[in-house]
Design a binder for this molecule. Sequence first.
Ligand SMILES: [Zn+2]
Length: 63
Amino acid sequence: MSTVRDNLMSRPGYSPYCGNMQCKTMPRTTWNGAQFRCFECGWASGFPAEFITEYKTRWGLGG
Ligand SMILES: [Zn+2]
């Protein structure tokens, strides 16, 4: 498991930084209910559905 995924599963409210190298400020992303999205450039993370399901289950999000 990557460090980012590890943090996502263990730290409440943790979110990864924007992954778009062209992004102006590369801020931390925000959870949009399906992926993590950058408010600055619109970049969205591409975590596989399997991981997203684990994440939502871990923090009691959605379904
Ligand atoms: Zn961005």
